[in-house]
Ligand binder design. Structure first.
Ligand SMILES: [Zn+2]
Length: 351
């Protein structure tokens, strides 16, 4: 087994190269938009490489959020235990909005409704024992129900327990890059880690541009957006770069309360599907298939589905492309090669 990368090296490495503006961002002055940052799967999702701890990584994220004056809402997978309690205390002390994400991260689509509802109740009791008064709920995997009956019953259960659903508009499936990132960290492979960081930022950039386009296509205007991130090493290491990039794109950071005051979040959920999708697809009744075919927006969603070789199995995530042709090889190429940014830009322009 390769030696783990020490925590000190990790934080240095995270600052080793300056943030690179991904190639898909226009150089024009960005149009401002409100953006609420939300982080799911607190206390932690995935392995913790190199002697780091969830508490230390959480403190790093809190520090970065404070530097950017970015309010945050975190959604807790209430597994109990000392780590959960310590991490939760950090977020609560930092003034984060703390929400319910079930106990056990239960998937509505794979769990009997009564058991799923019990997991919300159980998480609610855990959060309240820690002194939190949670108001928001986040569906695991953004699974809102495959049928009208299932979706309506689940929504009623959420409301019955005094919660409001906290939808997501900018969904980027970032967690799918987190495991290869953690493996690269463990292997001490800085080139791969840096390539994955560039890929993450490029992906978040195109996802943000894409969902702003979707809002305009569905509603005729932009909305106060809600971004979904996950509590993992990739997020903790790169949050400063990500928030810097988003601010450069016009984001001003707002609370979840402020974001959800936008009337878009009062519109009915019109999509019943096995897929967990953006709230903007839901209110626009747009399926991912339809988006892929061109649908009502000018920027198609590309479902990237290829074995990149840097992780076990298949990487599959929604990659909203800036262009109009599938860029099936781009993500792999960017992740696998320690290509210079100039090469990556050239590759993007060819795709
Ligand atoms: Zn989750």
């Amino acid at each position: 087994m390769p030696a783990p990368v020490p925590a000190a090296d990790r934080s240095e490495a995270a600052q080793a190269s300056p943030p690179q503006r991904p190639p898909s961002i226009s150089a024009a002055v960005p149009e401002p938009f409100g953006l609420a940052i939300t982080i799911d799967d607190v206390p932690w999702n995935g392995p913790m490489p190199g002697g780091d701890t969830a508490v230390r990584a959480t403190r790093r994220m809190i520090e970065v959020l404070a530097q950017h004056r970015a309010p945050v809402a975190v959604f807790v997978n209430c597994r109990g235990g000392r780590t959960s309690r310590l991490v939760l205390d950090e977020w609560a002390a930092a003034g984060a909005t703390v929400g319910n994400h079930t106990t056990g991260h239960l998937d509505l689509h794979a769990t009997p409704l009564a058991r799923w509802e019990e997991s919300i109740r159980d998480c609610d009791a855990f959060l309240k024992r820690t002194g939190v008064r949670p108001r928001y709920f986040r569906y695991s995997q953004l699974h809102h129900g495959r049928t009208s009956a299932e979706g309506d019953s689940a929504a009623a259960a959420v409301a019955r327990q005094g919660y409001r659903n906290a939808p997501v508009t900018i969904d980027n499936s970032d967690f799918l890059l987190a495991t290869p990132y953690e493996l690269a960290m463990r292997a001490g492979d800085t080139a791969k880690r840096d390539a994955l960081t560039r890929l993450m930022l490029a992906h978040d950039s195109v996802a943000t541009v894409h969902f702003r386009d979707v809002a305009r296509a569905v509603l005729g205007r932009d909305v106060r957006h809600v971004l979904l991130l996950h509590a993992n090493t990739m997020t903790a290491d790169n949050l400063d770069r990500l928030l810097t990039m988003l601010a450069d794109m016009g984001a001003h950071f707002i609370s979840l309360d402020d974001a959800l005051a936008d009337p878009v979040y009062a519109l009915p959920d019109r999509v019943r599907s096995p897929a967990g999708v953006s709230w903007l697809y839901r209110v626009g009744a747009i399926s991912t298939d339809r988006m892929q075919r061109g649908g009502r927006v000018t920027t198609p969603v590309i479902l990237y589905d290829g074995n990149c070789g840097f992780c076990d199995g298949t990487v599959k995530f929604v990659l909203p492309a800036a262009g109009h042709r599938p860029r099936r090889d781009l993500a792999c190429a960017m992740a696998l090669r320690s290509a210079s940014d100039a090469e990556a830009r050239e590759e993007a322009s060819r795709a």
